[in-house]
Design a protein around this ligand. Structure first.
Ligand code: DOR
Length: 432
């Protein structure tokens, strides 16, 4: 299928310009003014930003084990609707993605979808935090990120050994920073509000101590750590300082941590329960402000589908997590204001670099993501209308699950088209 994207604003890593794009056989073949539309489907991008399709480095696809909440197929549809051409599937499935057959299974199922599905392997067997998973064997399948997400690696010696093992292989370990003993089974941020509400608190220090510990371990081992879903101003300041020191650390924030604060927990609505928890307004505001400073490498969804049977329990009993794929672009757009360069750097270029999904990181079976709109690049492209208004609707999601905290919320900015490997997967906001 030939495509011409007409009349949009092309967003580069540091500039924007007006041009049309022609796509043939999965590749961008022309970028310029008034391109020929012969034998091509025309995509009208007037008023829209056109850039590399988004990459989510933090997607829970739930397969195998919890297919009632999400499958690789349904998660991929939600991702395409959200503007993503690639996602990294998290390994806290049942069983965990800690071995070659299971990772091969997820990659094979992913290859049947319209997007690229990469895998984050578990750092430790069964995510138990005791003995290391076969990182080298999984790396041979193309796995570049490893994490025990859902929990962090609690034992510092195990984390040290993992870093020592991963560093020469060029692998990055992604950490869910929460010290379980300090988190102490808490269900929301620990503070005055948790005391008032009578809900058990999960302290900010539980996160910050592990960030600090892992920075020390990176300094010791020369390894690389990616910090998942940072939620406090102090965590972010520590990562910024570590980067200035020259350590190879990267970080992401999830949309709920810069959009929502712990105040949402006053409702006792379990849709607002997440790990790490929603924090006080000062932390939310600090993360929001840092989106446009370059201190944050990526916005990542932590898309965490749960069935209503589980998620609609009382706040203390419901599982933590909320959906993200279909709303994150609008939420990031709103948070940034009219800042297309930062928008694509946070949703596409930054995450693709962390997941090693760029053209220079060629991997078996996957195309290049997070690149530049230019001739010869793989055509993974999104057309995003930054001013379209709409309302979040849990009944209109493509995810199997409905646990979104944004039902009924007005949103600004919407994905018009998602093109993956030259294929028009979403057109005029509709799945093809
Ligand atoms: O709230 C969360 N839910 N945080 C995580 O880190 C994991 C996720 C899940 O898998 O449900």
């Amino acid at each position: 299928m030939n495509l011409v994207i007409r009349g949009g604003t092309i967003v580069g890593p540091d500039t924007v310009f007006r041009a049309d794009i022609r796509i043939e056989s999965g590749v961008i073949v022309a970028v310029g003014e008034a391109l020929s539309t012969a034998n091509a489907t025309i995509i009208d991008a007037s008023g829209c930003w056109v850039g590399p399709a988004f990459v989510d480095i933090h997607t829970h696809l739930r397969e195998p084990g919890r297919e009632a909440a999400e499958t690789i197929a349904s998660g991929a549809l939600a991702a395409a609707m959200g503007g993503f051409s690639a996602v990294v599937a998290m390994p806290n499935t049942e069983p965990a993605l800690d071995n070659v057959p299971l990772v091969s299974y997820v990659l094979a199922q992913g290859a049947k979808t319209a997007i690229d599905v990469a895998v984050a392997g578990a750092i430790t067997l069964g995510r138990k935090g005791e003995s290391l998973a076969p990182l080298a064997e999984l790396a041979a399948l193309g796995v570049r990120l490893f994490t025990d997400d859902g929990t962090g690696v609690q034992n510092p010696l195990v984390m040290r050994r993992a870093l020592e093992y991963a560093a020469p292989l060029g692998l990055r370990l992604a950490q869910h920073c929460e010290d379980e003993q300090l988190a102490n089974g808490g269900v929301m941020n620990e503070g005055v509000l948790s005391a008032q509400l009578g809900l058990a608190g999960r302290s900010a220090v539980a996160e910050e101590l592990m960030v600090q510990r892992d920075i020390a371990l990176v300094r010791l081992t020369g390894g690389r750590v990616h910090f998942l879903h940072l939620s406090t101003a102090t965590s972010l300041a520590m990562v910024t300082a570590a980067r200035l020191e020259g350590l190879d650390v990267t970080c992401e924030v999830a949309p709920h941590h810069f959009v929502l604060s712990e105040e949402a927990c006053r409702t006792f609505d379990p849709q607002f329960k997440v790990h790490p928890p929603l924090r006080p307004e000062a932390d939310r505001a600090a993360l929001h402000a840092a989106l446009s400073t370059g201190a944050i490498d990526a916005v990542a969804t932590d898309h965490a589908p749960h069935t209503p049977e589980l998620k609609d329990l009382a706040f203390d009993e419901a599982p933590a997590g909320m959906l993200g794929l279909e709303h994150v672009a609008a939420l990031t757009n709103e948070a940034l204001g009219a800042n297309p360069v930062a928008f694509f750097n946070l949703l596409s270029r930054g995450p693709a670099r962390i997941a090693q999904l760029r053209a220079s990181d060629a991997r078996v079976g996957l195309s290049a993501h997070g690149g530049v709109i230019m001739v010869g690049e793989d055509a993974n492209v999104v057309v995003f209308d930054p001013s379209q208004t709409w309302v979040g609707d849990r009944n209109a999601l493509h995810s199997k699950a409905t646990n979104t905290p944004y039902h009924g919320r007005p949103l600004v900015g919407r994905v018009r088209s998602t093109i993956v490997k030259g294929r028009l997967v979403v057109h005029e906001g509709v799945l093809q």
